[in-house]
Design a binder for this molecule. Sequence first.
Ligand code: FAQ
Length: 325
Amino acid sequence: MTTPADLAPVEPELSEAEKQFNDLIAADSRIEPRDWMPESYRKSLIRQISQHAHSEIIGMQPEANWITRAPSLKRKAILMAKVQDEAGHGLYLYSAAQTLGISREEMTDQLIAGKAKYSSIFNYPTPTWADMGAIGWLVDGAAICNQVPLCRASYGPYGRAMVRICKEESFHQRQGFEILLELMQGTPAQREMAQDAVNRWYWPSLMMFGPPDDESPNSAQSMAWKIKRFSNDELRQRFIGMLIPQAEVLGVTLPDPKLRWNEEKGAYDMSDIDWDEFHEVLAGRGPTNSQRLQRRREAHEEGAWVREAAAEYARKQAAARAEVA
Ligand code: FAQ
């Protein structure tokens, strides 16, 4: 006779390694490179961490454009330090991805071949000095909101890299805020320039959090694995909540007439985000996509001699050590 138990779907036996992985995730512990992990977890981490690394590296371009034109020596020094920090973030993240078994060369090749994604935000131009303020305030602000929870990501090397990155990003955000504050306390033309930059960067900065939750194919699994801790929409809402009081202090207007707190929903009402624009940028058709990639390719080619020299130096050092040994 067939019993209900016979009809129940047979759960596949979990291996010891899988059980251990699931237990570590459930206990909020860290997965380290030496630990067994499901192939899909490894692939998803490589996907997210490499995209994040590429974003930091491409993200140097919009601001580097202003290093020689910053309005004072002090501003030049600060901006140069910030752009260098972004390079450092890219390097920590490439290193974290390498612990998952992908090489730096492979990731770089994917980027310069135009096959890899990087954040949509870096495909917008920076025509005025106020853009440096808006990038610091809005782009680094969004980055902090999104990345502080990543300090608790279940994969050890990623979470640890994020701790240092977030400390530096909060300095970046404050320097952007301070640029805007100074402009807003300046002449009418300076105030207009600051407001114009905020108008142009506000919506793209909201897109940094990714598609809406019901169109985010990776979120559910990523949250179950405790890589992501909050959904795209939750973080977007948190970011808006952070901006509103800061915009008041600055005296700038956020360019959304529908923006207001909805007590009943426990969330901000807002205008619709232009997701067509987001998809266009992701498809490589944003305002500066081709320019950003072209510049990255040139920098890679121009840097070939540095890589060769470093490899030769490392080879000589290793040979000298081997001789002594
Ligand atoms: N741009 O299913 P989801 C910075 C892609 S660093 C481009 O929701 P997920 C510092 C997504 O990859 C900024 N692509 O994906 C700085 C996926 O494609 P795939 C970068 C995007 O991973 C400041 C597809 O859409 N930050 O700013 C974007 O669960 C100033 C479906 O999306 C990080 O990378 C986008 N905005 O969530 C530097 C943080 N959004 O792979 C210089 C770490 C989504 O399936 C100057 N990453 N996509 O082909 C994350 O938190 C997540 O990966 C999200 C996306 C939230 C970006």
